[in-house]
Design a protein around this ligand. Structure first.
Ligand SMILES: [Zn+2]
Length: 201
């Protein structure tokens, strides 16, 4: 059995994790109300990456329920949601926060999930030419019946988590969302904890 690897991702930063097929990832929000963005890229030689739109199309829902999967651009399964110990909701409609979003809000040189994704990829020795749309765990932004899209404060309680299983060999990046000018992450940006768990027999 492999040891469990536990990483604390500091506020407003990101980290890359290499997962072998069958390994699991637990993403915990220790202090509560903190959004965690996630991306997944195949590392088995066949270029693929997690696609929010392919996932919505294949599962015919806004977000997977437990037992359903996140799919790549290829239409193949990349990750399965095996446990959701949070009240949700989660989001798969919004882009990652990015430098242009912060500039529109009047902030230059503000940390962002998009920049933290590419920094984590670079540290893992990978470059990717654009920013795929992320999975936003614990983000409270369900669409209203009239189609309005607003991000409200996360209602995730301290210690809530999700658990995912890799369906292929993957590089997964998780960021602790950087938004601090809007209630997205509650009163303050806090850390996200990630554990890589051994494959279950
Ligand atoms: Zn963000």
């Amino acid at each position: 059995m492999q040891e469990t690897e536990r990483t604390v991702i500091p506020p407003q930063s990101g980290h890359a994790f290499r997962l072998a097929k069958g390994q699991q990832l637990r993403i915990t929000d220790p202090k509560g109300a903190q959004v965690a963005d996630l991306w997944a890229f195949s590392t088995d030689g066949n270029l693929d990456w997690l696609s929010a739109s392919q996932t919505r199309d294949i599962i015919e829902r806004l977000f997977p329920t437990v037992g359903e999967s996140f799919y790549g651009m290829s239409g193949e399964k990349l990750l399965t949601l095996v446990e959701d110990a949070s009240p949700g909701p989660h989001d798969m409609l919004f882009p990652a926060c990015n430098p242009a979003l912060y500039r529109r809000a009047g902030f230059e040189d503000h940390p962002s999930c998009a920049a933290n994704l590419h920094k984590a990829l670079t540290e893992a020795g990978v470059s990717f030419p654009f920013t795929p749309d992320p999975v936003d765990f614990f983000q409270n932004s369900l669409p209203a019946a009239d189609g309005t899209l607003v991000v409200a404060a996360s209602i995730n309680p301290p210690g809530a988590y999700v658990r995912l299983r890799a369906e292929r060999d993957l590089l997964v990046i998780v960021t602790a969302c950087s938004v601090d000018h809007h209630p997205t992450n509650g009163d303050a940006c806090t850390e996200i904890e990630v554990e890589v768990l051994a494959a279950e027999d």
